[in-house]
Design a protein around this ligand. Structure first.
Ligand code: NZQ
Ligand code: ZN
Length: 388
């Protein structure tokens, strides 16, 4: 068991109808004016926009709207939000939507109390020392953004997709009503399931100290994702399956599975962020393309963890069988499992490898291990005919 510090300050309010409480929650915290951040159209279609507005008005909370956040949120729109937050002197951010909306809300929370270009925080040139408080209502369970301090934004001018992470950007309160996720389309459910699995297996496979308690927590999350995803895809209106999946996805990246591990890295996310930046594919789809390839490339570097994964998750005996079984699961739920599935030509492999190396690999300090040559080896394994 490796030494650790663990701190998660986010309060979760979970359950049916819970989003109606948002006005009350803000009022209790003394919030008077919020920037109300949301996405393209889903919250209006499901009637959530009206419910939120009513709850805010009933509780005397003023709000300035910042809608139109796109999946894979972009820097220019984030900067518009920062401008509004400053101009109207809001005292908190309220983000209502999926991970993209929550992430943009957090970036705005940082930029709103800073005089420097917010992108400098993403480049790691500045440390986040404060942010406006942010509150969330989640409509798509996947990223764990509702209970962590991370935010991922794409700079569309430089084609970089980078992240921040700070104790100051953890949401103060996140409201999780599984009913709001009943309309999540099956394609996005598949990407969400891949994402939640990715969040726990990255450290599980790359740890040098791997305590049993951490491994058991990870395996429980993976098993729960597989079980609930199957139930959701069979019956998208299955409330219990949606509810269990929602909490599972939160646990996957709220820090609870990581303490005790030594040396874990988010290598698959590193490559996936480049695919997101270059091709604007959904995050989970980028991951399902990368994960089986990276696992195959890495399996002999940490064999006991890969053998354990095969045995504990799928009841299989070899590393290779475990990887193939996970790939099969991704395929069955409708997630792409090769570059070609994602519409990416094999001739782009050099470009992608260099992009990963020059962006996230350098910023995360992984460029010594993941050189362009090694990244190319991984990306070749992501071609359709490999790992069958
Ligand atoms: O824009 P709207 O109209 O809201 O539609 C969204 C969007 O088109 C739709 N949607 C959301 N809730 C819905 C719904 N449709 C029907 N019913 C509902 N209840 O779903 C689409 C995808 O939404 P998005 O927020 O983009 O998906 P997700 O939650 O997967 O977020 C992905 C983003 O989060 C980042 C990813 O890189 C990506 O940019 N991540 C954030 C992390 C974090 N903050 O901790 C960690 C992750 O690893 C990830 O990198
Ligand atoms: Zn992710």
């Amino acid at each position: 068991m490796y030494d650790f510090e663990f701190h998660n300050p986010t309060k979760i309010i979970f359950g049916k109808g819970s989003h109606h409480k948002i006005g009350e929650v803000l009022k209790k915290d003394g919030v008077k004016k919020v920037l109300f951040v949301y996405g393209q159209s889903s919250i209006k279609k499901i009637g959530l926009y009206d419910d939120v507005v009513k709850s805010l008005i009933d509780n005397g909370i003023e709000f300035i709207e910042h809608g139109g956040v796109k999946p894979n949120p972009v820097l220019s729109h984030t900067k518009e939000g920062i401008e509004k937050a400053k101009r109207y002197k809001v005292d908190a951010i309220l983000s209502v939507g999926g991970g993209s909306v929550l992430d943009e809300g957090k970036a705005i929370a940082v930029g709103a109390v800073s005089d420097v270009d917010v992108w400098e925080y993403f480049l790691g040139k500045r440390e986040i020392t404060k942010a406006l408080p942010n509150y969330t209502i989640l409509t798509l369970a996947a990223t764990g953004s509702e209970m962590n301090g991370y935010a991922v934004i794409t700079n569309e001018e430089t084609q970089e997709k980078l992240s921040i992470g700070s104790i100051h950007t953890f949401p103060k309160v996140s409201i999780l009503n599984p009913e709001l996720t009943l309309t999540v389309p099956t394609s996005y459910q598949a990407y969400a399931s891949v994402d939640a699995i990715a969040h726990v297996i990255e450290w599980y496979f790359t740890c040098s100290v791997c305590p049993n308690i951490s491994n058991l927590l990870v395996e429980s999350v993976v098993k729960s994702v597989i079980d609930t995803t199957k139930r959701i895809l069979k019956n998208p209106q299955d409330y219990d399956a949606r509810a269990e999946f929602m909490w599972t996805a939160t646990l996957a990246l709220n820090g609870i599975t990581r303490p005790g591990y030594k040396d874990g890295v988010y290598i698959n996310h590193m490559i996936a962020h480049s695919l997101g930046a270059l091709y604007d594919l959904p995050h989970g789809a980028c991951l399902s393309i990368v994960i089986p390839a990276w696992m195959w490339w890495y399996k002999d570097k940490n064999p006991s963890q890969f053998e354990r994964f095969a045995r504990q998750i799928f009841g299989l005996s070899s590393k290779e069988e475990g990887i193939k079984a996970l790939k099969k699961f991704f395929k069955e739920i409708g997630a792409p499992v090769s570059l070609q599935d994602g519409g990416i030509p094999s001739s782009d492999i050099d470009k992608i490898a260099n992009h990963v190396y020059n962006t996230t690999a350098k910023i995360w300090g992984l460029d010594k291990i993941y050189t362009p040559e090694k990244l190319k080896e991984i990306l070749y394994l992501a071609l359709r005919s490999n790992i069958e």
